[in-house]
Design a protein around this ligand. Structure first.
Ligand code: PEP
Length: 249
């Protein structure tokens, strides 16, 4: 059985006091038992979030990491550093990392391998750009992104992978994929995993949708048979909106 997951990606938002307020507001809400709730603050707020969320079932996620274990990589953070503060989940391959920080499939592959060998869970993001959607290239693009980074991994690794389909044209734009577009891609991805691995692995993997999910569209998107939750950007910065979204299952 796969998990339903709603994860909030705060990006480069929320200082110390904003983090404290947002987490305390989330803590005072009714947390559903059948959904894994996650928040991904900036590196500087990871420890505060861990402390505030201690004894709740909301998980803390890192937004990025470096593939190396240690060394002369100024400004970078390794898997073992995250594990050292009990952060066991990391987002890899977000479209902003790909487009702004030039992270290629080769770099992402190394990061994924490093995270998995540290026994972390990986939320791996992928998705096509607008021109690729318009040219009807989106299945091919997604196929390549998954193949280049993930499909060499042994099947045993897949229990620690969560996928997030994030069409780039829907991220932070207010434009959302329709529920049908999301379900169509999620089914395609699940079938790809079945064909490359097995029916069991494809059925157990959680595939999240990300791209302008908000309280008004969450329920419809989450109804998709192969949509197992969402990766939420902007709307996760507002406690009421995020609560409404994770309560939409
Ligand atoms: C994201 O950045 O992963 C995201 C989905 O952002 P938004 O919800 O703001 O589109």
């Amino acid at each position: 059985m796969r998990d339903n997951i709603v994860a909030g990606n705060w990006k480069m938002n929320n200082d110390y006091s904003q983090t404290k307020k947002l987490i305390n507001d989330l803590k005072s809400s009714k947390i559903p038992e059948d959904v894994r709730i996650m928040v991904a603050p900036s590196f500087t707020q990871l420890s505060q979030c861990k402390n505030l969320l201690n004894s709740t079932n909301i998980s803390v996620v890192a937004q990025n990491m470096n593939a190396n274990n240690s060394g002369a990589f100024t400004g970078e953070i390794s898997a073992s550093m995250l594990k050292g503060i009990e952060v066991n989940i990391v987002i890899i391959g977000h479209s902003e990392r790909r487009s702004i920080f030039n992270e290629t499939d080769e770099i992402l592959k190394e990061k994924v391998k490093s995270a998995l060998s540290a026994d972390m869970e990986v939320i791996f993001c992928f998705g096509e750009e607008l021109k690729e959607r318009k040219n009807n290239d989106y299945f091919k693009i997604v196929n390549n992104q998954l193949r280049n980074v993930l499909f060499d991994l042994p099947e045993s690794c897949w229990k620690n992978i969560i996928l997030a389909y994030e069409p780039v044209w829907a991220i932070g734009t207010g434009e959302t994929a329709t529920a049908n577009q999301a379900q169509e891609m999620h089914l395609y991805v699940r079938n790809l995993i079945r064909d490359n691995y097995s029916e069991a692995t494809s059925e157990n993997i959680s595939i999240l949708y990300g791209g302008s999910v908000k309280p008004s569209n969450a329920k419809e998107i989450f109804l998709g048979k192969d949509v197992d939750g969402g990766l939420i950007g902007g709307a996760s910065l507002n406690a009421n909106d995020f609560i409404e979204i994770f309560s939409a299952f």
